[in-house]
Design a protein around this ligand. Structure first.
Ligand code: PEP
Ligand code: MN
Length: 361
């Protein structure tokens, strides 16, 4: 009884540590591998929690699907030897029961589970009456409602230590990332749930080692509460996610190389300068809105002419020439092509909806 209390207290301490650093192999493979990874991670002094996948949801059958329940005692041993609390992924009620039976300290719901309300509910039901922290990864598709739904299901089961993991969103085709970060979605999730910790998972965003450091830094610059990064004693020969894993020592270096930022500072000069610049920003934003409003009024006039002459709203040539002009101007102003595209898409869609209203009135 007493021991449980000390343990749960220390988990609260770990849970509240910032930045919270979680690392360990994608998958638990053998007892030796789990114990060696944990010991070497603990030796870096940079890691707070050991992670390992016991059951692995794999895209295609026939690949390694995790060692299963027999790996749980390995984690107990790794915890005893390294002093690191352990975190694993759970996707079913039975997995929750097994994990709790073997004293797993933190559970996480994987991206492929968050998409499925039946599975999330099953996990949540198994968590009723249990006091264990739960991290919820974003769903593989960019849908904040699903992510929120999973948080609500777990919260309704009575879990009060809930955190979020941003691991990126899957998209079709090859991109720089394995899973597009879509930072704005994670930022919006954080805005809606300021009380929940938000951890970044550079490993599953990047899918490769060479850009892990940059993504980790970006997350810290965006005020994330922590990082979860996969590490392995022999990364190239890992049984899953080999390309994105790094050794425990490399992980230690990576954490040391991060420029940690604070949210605020007690410096009047800084606050005064920022306040002035923010007023400028507000002023410019107001002007932009005014101008956008005027632009829509002009679009509506065009809509009236099109209506009178029975012409379609969308004119592909005109749209192309707007974009070309914008790219050329934008480049001179230091605005990226990506931004120009998104911005003009939004403006164009708004114009179309104004014209639609005129056409059909
Ligand atoms: C993992 O953390 O190893 C994993 C399977 O991640 P995700 O659910 O983000 O794909
Ligand atoms: Mn993985």
């Amino acid at each position: 009884m007493e021991q449980t209390e000390t343990l749960s207290k220390s988990i609260s301490e770990v849970w509240n540590k910032r930045p919270l650093i979680i690392s360990g192999p994608c998958s638990a493979e053998t007892e030796e591998q789990v114990v060696a990874t944990a010991t070497r991670l603990a030796a870096t002094g940079k890691v707070d929690v050991l992670r390992a996948g016991i059951w692995k949801p794999r895209t295609r059958p026939g690949t390694f699907e995790g060692v299963g329940t027999k790996g749980l005692p390995w984690l107990q041993k790794a915890k005893a030897l390294s002093g690191l609390p352990v975190a694993i992924e759970v996707a079913t009620g039975k997995q929750v029961e097994d994990a709790l039976h073997f004293d797993v300290d933190i559970l996480w719901i994987g991206a492929r589970t968050t998409v499925n309300p039946f599975s999330v509910q099953e996990v949540a039901d198994a968590l009723k009456g249990v006091d264990v922290p739960v991290l919820i990864k974003n769903p593989i598709n960019p849908d904040l409602e699903l992510w929120l739904g999973a948080v609500e299901r777990v919260a309704k089961a009575g879990i009060n230590k809930i955190g979020l993991i941003h691991r990126g969103f899957s998209s079709y085709g090859n991109t720089e990332y394995r899973n597009a970060p879509m930072w704005h979605l994670a930022i919006e999730m954080k805005r809606r749930n300021p009380e929940l910790m938000m951890i970044n998972d550079p490993s599953h965003i990047c899918g490769r080692r060479d850009i892990l450091q940059d993504v980790a830094q970006k997350a810290i610059d965006l005020h994330y509460d922590g990082l979860i990064i996969e590490s392995h004693i022999d990364p190239d020969n890992a049984w899953s996610d080999a390309k994105q894993q790094i050794t425990p020592e490399r992980l230690g270096e990576m954490i040391s190389n991060i420029h940690w930022r604070k949210e605020d500072v007690a410096n009047e000069e800084y606050h005064a300068a920022l306040e002035k610049l923010r007023q400028q920003i507000n002023h410019l934003d107001d002007e932009l809105m005014q101008i956008l409003g005027q632009r829509m009024k002009v679009a509506e006039k065009i809509g009236q002419y099109k209506k009178d002459n029975n012409i379609t709203i969308l004119q592909t040539n005109r749209w192309n020439s707007i974009l070309e002009r914008a790219f050329a101007k934008g480049e001179k102003l230091g605005l990226s092509k990506e931004f120009i595209t998104k911005y003009f898409d939004a403006v164009h869609m708004e114009s179309i909806s104004h014209q639609n209203r005129i056409m059909n009135s």
